[in-house]
Write a protein that binds this ligand. Sequence first.
Ligand code: GTR
Length: 421
Amino acid sequence: MKLLPYSLSIFFFLFMFIGSSQTNYEESKVPAFAIPDPLLTFSGYTINSVKKWEKVRRPELLRFFENDIYGKIPKNLKIDSYTILEQDDHALNGKAKRKQVELTFKNNNKTLSYTILLYLPKNKVKAPIFLGYNFYGNHTITEDKAVLISSAWANNNKSFGIENNTLTEASRGKRTHRWAVEKILDAGYGLATIYYGEVDPDKNDFSDGIHSLLYQQGQNQPKPAEWGSIAAWSWGMARALDYFEKDADIDASKVIAFGHSRLGKTSLWAGATDKRFAGVISNNSGCGGAALSKRKFGETIAVINDRFPHWFCDNFNQYGDNEEALPVDQHQLLALIAPRPLYIASAEEDQWADPRGEFLSSHYATQVYHLYGKKGIETKEMPMLNDPIHNTVSYHIRTGKHDVTDYDWENYIKWANAFVK
Ligand code: GTR
């Protein structure tokens, strides 16, 4: 997050260039390492009960992930007000109730608002819902003309018609394939989505987004142990859940945090930090998400911190090319979600996200689920392609690339029916 002196930046650039050309995609080159034991405290004490897990081990792990990986939230900030911007009880050809709800936050003489797009199944009193961010605006997930276009900063993207960091009509419906809205509604669930750039624009700049509302006097960027963007986006999901608790159409005890890729890292962290999320889905979340960092397969800590210096807290930099020094790994992040249902999904062609590392992580988290008498990923053998394992902890690897598909959603719905609903 800090600016490096010029000469150092050149050195760093060269190093990264050489380093990234060495991305490892070979299983035989994965280093040998011990899997940090979720049930052994940092001081060497063995945990053998739910009580000790919840009193001793879970808090110390959570603290570690907060201080050294995602960053702490400096202070609690509640919703100042919310406004139903728009509502239609006969949306999507009469299939759904649509609501667009704006949440507003105020602090330090600053204001931040973001808008939740909700599709709820008709004739259902309190619906369980999937909540997940989208990458390019709520209007990209559907052809529905009534969905409002965000005025927040967006990454330019030619194929989406996004220029000058501004979202327009040109991108309406561009991401419908990632959101199986009809399947979700038909199964009796609602869908809530938010444009992540409204909570914190995805760029290495901490003058904007939610961070700026919570600085102390004179502060203009997070401290080394304070929140990066992933923690900020997770915070936004938790505040959406605060709103759901007030919305009579939603069953706030059945909100499933969903996310793809960087937003899958986000849904995992949201589930770890807020126990109210009834279930968590990580779709192709990879490095800093479900994948084990110590495997150094595909994207690594050094590479992710270089490309996205704002995602994690500054303290995370000390583990770049120094994974051995990490006393934890990402399966322990997954374990923080226990005993709540958790779904980890990979894609065959998404080697950058290390599917095997994602799988192993779900396996090694399972021992904490066992404390609660729940089943997870009991085997160390990866399943065949398109052959999901469904338990309280679920896993699948599907054919195809880094993406969200109908196949993914069909499985999330099956798992939610069995373990969340
Ligand atoms: C990639 C990044 C991944 C993943 C992905 C995404 O460039 O290296 O960690 O987060 O972006 O979010 O689409």
